[in-house]
Ligand binder design. Structure first.
Ligand code: GLY
Length: 384
């Protein structure tokens, strides 16, 4: 796994989560020599905690139409990405085009989900209101208390841990390298260009550096770092008989989501907390998540609780990702994906590989470049 010391890499990617590994894979495919430097093990951060929902329609929010359009592009890239990655590695990503159903258990939920469904419909998204009876016909494991819900047939999901394993294999097969257990302390510069990175193990020179360090992306001493902050999410993993999943679709309520994987794993998520870098799993969060899942899918009661973990989403002030060239020559940002890291990894990777190869093609990620924060600050300054 360790890269031979002394070898010069054209590109260093900081961070071995799904976004960093996907970028490195695409960069390696374009012929450049690439090294991923990861402070723990690949997938040890948010990628190993995430549920893997690819769910732009059920995650649509009022006022976030720009992000929604990007998320739809991200979802559209997944079938081909998953097919290529599994074909190259032989690893089953548990990618399923399952659909998602967001259900209401009380009148407040009905009001909230009717508004969500109206938004989805107004935006031309594939979503349909279903009565309680219709919801239970679709998902017989749902509680009789369900009063209705919005069905999004196109939302899908994947196992992020399998994706990490596959990306690792695919990257190594392409000649890329991974150095685990090495923390990058800073991006090094020479004049106005990057010179590589400084690590606890010494410097690693490189012509280009891609920062894909998730919630820790703003900690590398780079001038004009985008304002990325940690947003904590606690999440549970249950296990039960694969032939009796609690549901076949992703099931959500305003309080939780439940993803049933083909292998018998059931993921229940997730809190959204502003707690800095705290990764404590709390009794209160475990209780609330289990209760929220149980009230709609009572059958989860019989499942084994196998894991409770917290991860840190890389949040930004506008909830949108930060993808593009930085203020130093050779510096690239692939971070700030907040709730959508798994969803946006394929298009982020293609965009970063194209930028490094100086390919001028149009990218859906162009509006999400890091300089938008500096521009917004300048505008605010000139308005006062
Ligand atoms: N995308 C789901 C989450 O961030 O919890």
């Amino acid at each position: 796994m360790a890269a031979p010391r002394g070898r010069i890499h054209e590109v260093v990617v900081v961070g071995g989560g799904i976004v960093g590994l996907a970028c490195a894979w695409r960069i390696a495919q374009s012929g450049a020599s690439v090294l991923v430097v990861e402070r723990e093990e690949p997938g040890a951060g948010a990628s190993g905690v995430a549920a893997g929902m690819l769910a732009p329609v059920t995650e649509a929010e009022f006022g976030e139409e720009t992000l929604l359009r990007l998320n739809l592009e991200g979802a559209a890239a997944w079938p081909a990405f998953a097919a290529e990655l599994s074909e190259r590695t032989g690893i089953d990503l548990e990618y399923r085009q399952s659909g998602a159903l967001v259900v209401a258990v009380d009148p407040d939920d009905v009001g909230e989900l009717r508004r969500l469904n109206e938004l989805q419909t107004a935006l031309g998204l594939d979503a349909e209101w279903k009565s309680g009876r219709e919801c239970r016909r679709l998902e017989p494991g749902l509680s009789p208390r369900i009063r209705g819900g919005t069905l999004a047939p196109a939302d899908h999901h994947v196992d992020p841990r399998a994706v990490v394993s596959a990306l690792r294999e695919a990257l190594l097969a392409e000649g890329g390298e991974i150095r685990s257990g090495v923390a990058v302390e800073a991006v090094e510069q020479s004049g106005t260009a990057v010179a590589g990175v400084r690590t606890g193990d010494g410097p690693i020179p490189a012509d280009a550096v891609v920062v894909a360090a998730g919630a820790r992306s703003a900690e590398l001493g780079v001038p004009d770092s985008p304002p990325v902050r940690p947003v904590k999410g606690q999440i549970l993993r249950l296990r039960g008989a694969p032939e009796r999943p609690p549901a076949t679709r992703i099931v959500r309520t305003p309080r939780c989501y439940v993803v049933s994987r083909p292998g018998g794993e059931v993921v229940v998520g997730a809190t959204v907390e502003e707690r800095g870098f705290d990764l404590t799993v709390t009794a209160g969060a475990v209780h609330r998540l289990l209760e929220a899942a149980w009230e709609v899918l009572p059958d989860i009661e019989e499942r084994e609780l196998v894991e409770a973990r917290a991860g840190l989403r890389p949040g930004t002030p506008d909830n949108c990702p930060v993808v593009g060239a930085g203020s130093l020559a050779g510096l690239f940002w692939a971070t700030g994906h907040h709730r959508n890291g798994v969803l946006l990894a394929p298009i982020t990777a293609s965009a970063i590989a194209a930028l490094i190869a100086r390919d001028q093609s149009e990218s859906a990620l162009a509006p999400f470049s890091p300089d938008r924060f500096a521009k917004a600050a300048q505008l605010a300054g000139s308005a006062t």
